[in-house]
Design a protein around this ligand. Structure first.
Ligand code: GDP
Ligand code: MG
Length: 672
């Protein structure tokens, strides 16, 4: 059967570039699977028919070059040299062109008839990259056909080019122009030495010379096996290579690889276009020169943080007004509509409990949505990793791993996924420390508390107050990290290479979807955990029957009064904040929910002003920032690193919160 086939082609390429996919597309079901002789590497062969010719198609193992590094490379290389296929179809991954063309270049040097199938054009298109295959083809002197093997794009065209190439029986010409002086001279020298050797005519001598310079000696050893003046020849070759290495002060292997990669780098750059307003790599470099600048990077990072929260506040606030109006309307509607029709208890429950508690939390939805929207923009535009990158330097000074910053950054959204994200950290020490300090990163559930207090006590400076919370959180986290590192865990930090993806214009669809998903999550929490929380608080504020709702005489009042003295040194020794903090320990939104429930009888603003002044309000929000993370976070910490650490986190964060708030209040009282 094989005798009848006129042509034999092979499919070569790096691992995982789509060789088998293309092989299947070409041969359909006409396949034979066996092993390469003597080894257990799979060998796939098939037949195909293009117009009037029959083809035998061989799928080679994946290789990066023609060195004898691995069994796969040896098999592929021997096959290519011994069997001399009529055409080598090299499939290259268009998204990783430079690396993939290395093999192509080596095959051309070996004077194989090469046809390049440039695969993954679907992905290139998706990424806004186009490759000028015509230009590249002219430059390299071979045909290059764009395809997508898996999406079956360009396969017919490829077949017809295969057909033409086979019929044309072109010979390959190569000028080795990328082997520059002094390498060029060394190759020439070795070529002359080789030229007299019997058996050497089987190889293009320049390719063989380059292989020898790469210290790939197996072919040379074969040639010299029974040769009389073997030692003399080896001596001459060695001297040549040594001279070259001395001249360039570099290992010969590297010299060859650099020459080829240098050339490929140049042509790939020349024939690749990034379809964005600007060449994306250039743009990325230019932006990075600013955003990751040694001096500007960190100030810019904090300005962006500040803008984020200013924007969160101002834009969100427009809608908050509307939502507040709606909640008030609902409350009035229910009060008027239902009074007299249902009992006082039910009415109080609906208006004070449900609307006062859950409603108050929900009014912050626009702010939360804006925050998530901006985080999504920062993330998908590529800035987020720059933020992590500039913080990396600070983190390293603090003895922490730069990678830790990514989960910590995520903590701005929600602590739970942030703690799970620490799994990407390799060292146990880094992971534990990051888990322990991530709760200090101010999550979105805390935002309503800041917004509420900032707008009541610091009108006009809300953004500043809010951003200061985030900064206090970061600073405390870093200081605690440093402390833990020098006390609890004392191994070394591994160095880190941070990947900086190119900047992208974020997709509107994506960022809105992200923000909606996260806001929905927030709403669900408001509807469940917080709902249950406010029901309990409503009961405590309503009971015992007959007392004025939410007064000191209620059960809540008694509990609050019992705890309150503990918080006196912090400036908020009133019973209402004690109740809010107690219940807020399960979920921080409940702090606002509780206050909303307790003050549901009158105006929230007036209520707050009656128990806080600006200093104690600030001390209070710092306390809520730092004290025990929500129940969900504690459960996640337990799952990730164990119950002991989860309990430890609950206690130490509360202790830190107490200390920091006390310092703020006591020092503040002295100054103000
Ligand atoms: P091989 O290791 O070179 O034989 O590669 P395979 O044929 O096994 O393909 C490797 C992976 O790349 C598989 O998951 C394929 O589905 C995928 N793949 C192959 N061709 C394309 C393509 O044109 N576009 C995309 N997006 N994926 C492809
Ligand atoms: Mg394969």
């Amino acid at each position: 059967m094989i005798e009848k086939e006129k042509y034999m082609i092979t499919i070569a390429g790096n691992p995982n570039v789509g060789k088998t996919t293309l092989f299947n597309a070409l041969t359909g079901s006409n396949q034979k699977v066996g092993n390469w002789s003597g080894v257990t590497v799979e060998r796939k062969e098939g037949t195909a028919k293009i117009k009037d010719i029959n083809l035998k198609v061989v799928d080679l193992p994946g290789i990066y070059g023609l060195n004898a590094y691995s069994q796969d490379e040896i098999i592929a290389r021997n096959f290519l040299i011994e069997n001399d296929p009529d055409l080598v179809v090299v499939i290259v991954d268009g998204t990783n062109l430079e690396r993939n063309l290395y093999l192509v270049l080596e095959l051309i040097e070996l004077k194989k008839r090469v046809l390049v199938a440039l695969n993954m054009i679907d992905e290139l298109e998706e990424n806004g990259i186009s490759i000028d295959t015509k230009g590249l083809s002219r430059e390299m002197g071979i045909d290059i056909v764009p395809i997508s093997a898996s999406k079956k794009i360009g396969i017919e065209n490829l077949k017809s080019v295969i057909y033409d190439d086979l019929k044309a029986k072109k010979t390959i010409d190569i000028d080795y122009k990328y082997f520059k002086s002094p390498l060029k001279e060394t190759i020439d020298e070795i070529e002359i030495i080789l030229s007299g050797l019997p058996g050497s005519e089987k190889y293009p001598l320049k390719w063989l010379a380059a292989k020898i310079i790469e210290r790939e000696d197996d072919i040379l050893n074969q040639l010299l096996e029974n040769y009389s003046s073997k030692d003399e020849i080896l001596e001459k070759i060695n001297t040549s290579i040594h001279n070259l290495e001395k001249k360039l002060n570099e290992e010969s292997t590297v010299i060859i690889a650099d020459s080829r990669y240098g050339y490929l780098h140049g042509i790939v750059k020349e024939f690749t276009k990034y379809h964005y307003t600007l060449n994306r790599r250039d743009l990325t470099d230019k932006l990075d020169a600013v955003f990751t600048n040694r001096w500007l990077g960190i100030p810019i990072f904090f300005v962006i943080l500040l803008l984020t929260f200013q924007l969160t506040f101002f834009v969100g606030d427009i809608f908050v007004g509307l939502l507040e109006g709606f909640v008030n309307y609902l409350s009035n509607f229910i009060t008027i509509g239902l009074s007299g029709k249902v009992s006082e208890v039910v009415l109080s429950f609906l208006t004070n409990g449900v609307i006062g508690g859950v409603g108050t939390v929900i009014t912050f939805l626009p702010n939360i949505f804006m925050l998530f929207l901006i985080i999504a923009i920062l993330e998908s535009s590529g800035y987020m990793s720059r933020g992590a990158f500039v913080m990396d330097r600070i983190m390293h000074k603090m003895g922490l791993h730069g990678k830790s910053f990514i989960p910590m950054f995520m903590g701005f959204g929600c602590t739970v996924p942030a703690i799970m994200a620490t799994r990407t950290l390799n060292s146990r020490k880094d992971r534990f420390i990051t888990v322990l300090i991530t709760p200090f990163m101010s999550c979105s559930a805390r935002l309503p508390i800041y917004i509420l207090f900032a707008s009541v006590f610091f009108p006009g400076h809300q953004g500043l107050i809010i951003v200061s919370m985030y900064i206090i959180g970061i600073v405390v986290a870093i200081l605690m990290g440093k402390l833990f590192k020098s006390t609890l865990f004392k191994e070394e930090t591994a160095p880190l290479v941070m990947e900086l993806p190119p900047y992208r214009l974020p997709s509107i669809k994506y960022i809105f979807k992200d923000a909606f998903d996260n806001s929905w999550h927030f709403l669900k929490r408001a509807g469940t955990i917080i709902f249950i929380g406010v029901i309990i608080i409503w009961c405590l504020a309503f009971l015992p029957a007959g007392v004025e709702y939410g007064s000191e005489m209620s059960v809540a009042g008694h509990i609050g009064k019992f705890i309150a003295p503990v918080f006196s040194p912090l400036g908020f020794g009133n019973w209402q904040s004690s109740v809010a903090l107690l219940f807020g320990a399960s979920a921080k939104e409940i702090v606002v929910g509780t206050l909303g429930t307790l003050f549901a009888n009158g105006s929230m603003n007036e209520g707050l002003k009656s128990i806080f002044d600006p200093l104690s309000a600030f001390s209070f929000i710092v306390f809520t920032l730092l004290y025990v993370p929500c129940f969900g976070s504690l459960i996640t910490i337990k799952k990730e690193i164990g119950l002991k650490w989860s309990l430890f986190t609950a206690f130490y964060t509360t202790a830190i919160a107490y200390i920091v708030s006390m310092i703020i209040y006591q020092i503040g009282s002295l100054i103000l």
